[in-house]
Ligand binder design. Structure first.
Ligand SMILES: Cc1cc2nc3c(=O)[nH]c(=O)nc-3n(C[C@H](O)[C@H](O)[C@H](O)COP(=O)(O)OP(=O)(O)OC[C@H]3O[C@@H](n4cnc5c(N)ncnc54)[C@H](O)[C@@H]3O)c2cc1C
Length: 396
């Protein structure tokens, strides 16, 4: 492992930094109404287009597929610098950019790659993920959405849930059961589903935060051409593992920088909020928690570099990605607990807290709860770490 940046990497950082300074003033603020997904799509895809036109789209995608062909370290620098500069987040492009696109690069046919990769990079196509079902989340291989063979098509019926951004997506990475008699991992197929096909009904799910980015997807005899299958029939579980390696590997890295900023903002608040006999910052117990969290964020940044260094050598992040996600999601919950102690009653109101409008603590608190669930729950990450890193016996 070599954690130092090379001269070329520092040059890349400088060049990107200058570009961000030039363009960010021209980027409008994000849509004020966070429930307006159509506006969110326009905002996120416009930014994706700007990245594309400047040669920064698909930073980690190979250049023969339209990406920049950067090393994992340059990808890390990209995430670090864009987050630090306050550039827009990947948003609705999350699935396409971070795991559907990379899965297509690894597993799809030439025709599928030609049809889908460039539009993802240009922000023309938005993708969603149709994996989870009401009865299949952690035990994803038990999924029951059925695909029947009918000539050139699969005819698909079933229900998906928690499909983020389904309402504004053009394509879905969809898991279906093509063989109900095979052992559960052996009867699954990975399909590309155009979202405008007949028989797809999307019902938004409103969250406790009032946002509607999740949806249930009801599929009623949806005809999906067999040419949309990625990998062999019944080999979808292996393809899914490729998708997960990308989803869990790098998806949360950029959040370390925003967490450091959030912690610094909270420290400012702690110095203003008065308590019984002084400010929050006068409380040595509170200051100790700030120090602890700050040190842990530093450690997570080092772990990130270690994972990136490993990816540079092996092409995959591996179980280190699970260690990162587990530790990071736990840390964010503890940060939210600290905010509660600092803010007291002010922390209970949705919206602006004190004069720091960006510190929506209630929103933040609820968001941290999702981190331990999305992309595989903490218990599942513990199983992965136990079995693959520590060599503990397999779960029965
Ligand atoms: C923000 C967010 C975005 C999401 N976006 C999408 C999306 O776009 N597409 C999509 O398909 N899904 C999405 N999901 C769904 C997500 O993948 C599932 O919620 C997750 O896999 C857990 O599945 P579940 O909700 O069915 O919980 P369950 O699997 O029912 O788990 C319930 C509880 O049991 C525990 N548990 C389960 N199995 C074990 C075990 N073997 N050992 C120990 N404990 C266990 C779990 O850890 C959890 O605490 C999203 C979820 C969130 C929070």
């Amino acid at each position: 492992m070599d954690l130092r940046y090379t001269e070329e990497e520092e040059h890349f950082r400088d060049e990107l930094g200058s570009w961000l300074v030039d363009v960010l003033p021209s980027v409008p603020p994000p849509p004020a109404d966070h429930t307006d997904l159509a506006a969110r799509r326009v905002y996120d895809t416009d930014w994706q287009r700007m990245l594309h036109d400047a040669g920064y789209a698909g930073i980690h995608w190979p250049d023969e597929f339209g990406g920049r062909g950067s090393t994992p370290t340059e990808h890390l620098i990209f995430l670090e610098e864009t987050e630090r500069a306050g550039a827009p987040y990947v948003g609705v492009n999350f699935v396409g950019q971070l795991h559907a696109g990379p899965t297509l690069i690894a597993e799809a046919t030439d025709e599928q790659q030609a049809a889908h990769l460039a539009p993802i990079l240009k922000g023309e196509h938005v993708w969603c993920q149709g994996f989870s079902e009401p009865g299949s989340g952690s035990d994803l291989a038990s999924l029951s959405t059925r695909a029947f063979d009918d000539g050139d098509d699969y005819v698909v019926s079933g229900q998906k849930i928690w499909t983020s951004f389904a309402q504004v997506a053009d394509y879905c990475e969809l898991l279906v059961r093509t063989d109900a008699d095979a052992p559960k991992h052996g009867g699954i197929t990975w399909l590309i589903m155009p979202m405008d096909l007949a028989g797809i009904e999307i019902r938004p799910i409103e969250t406790a935060l009032g946002s509607g980015e999740f949806a249930e997807m009801f599929l009623d005899e949806v005809r999906i051409p067999k040419t949309n299958r990625v990998g062999a029939e019944n080999d979808g579980w292996r393809v899914t593992m490729v998708t997960f390696a990308f989803e869990r590997g790098t998806a949360f890295i950029g959040e370390i920088i925003s967490s450091q900023r959030l912690l610094a903002d909270l420290a400012q608040v702690a110095q203003k909020v008065t308590r019984r006999s002084g400010t929050g910052w006068d409380d040595i117990g509170i200051r100790r928690q700030f120090g602890q969290l700050d040190a842990e964020l530093d450690a997570l940044w080092s772990l990130t570099k270690r994972n990136v260094s490993q990816a540079q050598r092996t092409g995959m992040v591996g179980p280190g990605g699970s260690v990162f996600k587990l530790a990071y999601s736990d840390l964010r919950k503890r940060m939210a607990d600290l905010a509660e102690q600092v803010l007291g009653r002010a922390g209970l109101s949705i919206g602006e807290s004190l004069d720091l409008s960006e510190l929506d603590h209630v929103g933040e608190r609820l968001y941290t709860l999702t981190l331990t669930i999305a992309a595989g729950t903490s218990e599942i990450q513990r199983n992965i770490v136990g079995e693959r890193l520590l060599g503990l016996p397999k779960e029965r």
